[in-house]
Design a protein around this ligand. Structure first.
Ligand SMILES: *[C@@H]1O[C@H](CO)[C@@H](O)[C@H](O)[C@H]1NC(C)=O
Ligand SMILES: *[C@@H]1O[C@H](CO)[C@@H](O)[C@H](O)[C@H]1NC(C)=O
Ligand SMILES: *[C@@H]1O[C@H](CO)[C@@H](O)[C@H](O)[C@H]1NC(C)=O
Length: 185
């Protein structure tokens, strides 16, 4: 009895140790299509802590599951969240970083079919979420990116492109991602 009590207390503490994610614009969430692709354990891991690292998400190894692209979240589950941006538009991001881990971060446009970056990163941080600082720079949790003026016709169709927020905690060896589905107007 005693053992099981302290075990659940430990579990509670573990799940309260949130790390970080973006809160705006709306990012892909797990759902039925992700469960189909990656398995129920992957979806439960994200639902129990939406700020945890990719390394904590068990993949079923399925051919359509890549946890390292959009945290495994699928376009099919997120068709209602597609944003529309215009060339040169400034897009504001908000993030929460309850447990910072110092390392590089960026936001890039990703071609989801090939998991490759289109163009240059929209923003890059050499040092992000540095837990050694008394307070994080304001731009870690509120920053803006400017949409490219010419994407060569890419990102016209919903699902083709995402803006991916990517953060790697160097000593923690933990990766964080969130994806914003969008089309260019
Ligand atoms: C961020 O984490 C919170 C807490 O787990 C969760 O409710 C929210 O859905 C997550 N958001 C994203 C975009 O992953
Ligand atoms: C974004 O940052 C991650 C972590 O450092 C890195 O692996 C990735 O290559 C970067 N992306 C770009 C486009 O620079
Ligand atoms: C974020 O703010 C810090 C501190 O002011 C600054 O050194 C850094 O260049 C800024 N990074 C970006 C990507 O704007």
């Amino acid at each position: 009895m005693r053992t099981s009590k302290s075990f659940s207390a430990a579990l509670f503490v573990a799940s309260a140790l949130a790390h970080g994610n973006i809160t705006s614009p709306p990012a892909r969430q797990p759902g039925a299509a992700m469960q189909q692709a990656c398995g129920a354990d992957a979806v439960s891991a994200i639902l129990s802590d939406g700020t945890g690292p990719l390394e904590n998400i068990p993949s079923n190894g399925g051919a359509n599951c890549n946890i390292f692209l959009c945290k495994g979240a699928q376009f099919a589950d997120n068709q209602a969240l597609v944003q529309q941006f215009s060339a040169g538009e400034v897009v504001d991001f908000a993030a929460q970083l309850p447990i910072p881990h110092e390392g590089p971060a960026n936001v890039s446009i990703i071609d989801t079919a090939t998991n490759t970056v289109i163009g240059d990163p929209l923003i890059e941080f050499d040092s992000y979420a540095d837990e050694n600082l008394a307070t994080l720079p304001p731009n870690n949790t509120a920053f803006s990116v400017t949409m490219p003026v010419d994407l060569g016709g890419a990102c016209q169709v919903a699902g083709e492109c995402v803006m991916q927020w990517f953060w790697f905690g160097t000593s923690a060896q933990q990766t964080y991602e969130n994806c914003v589905d969008f089309v260019m107007a």
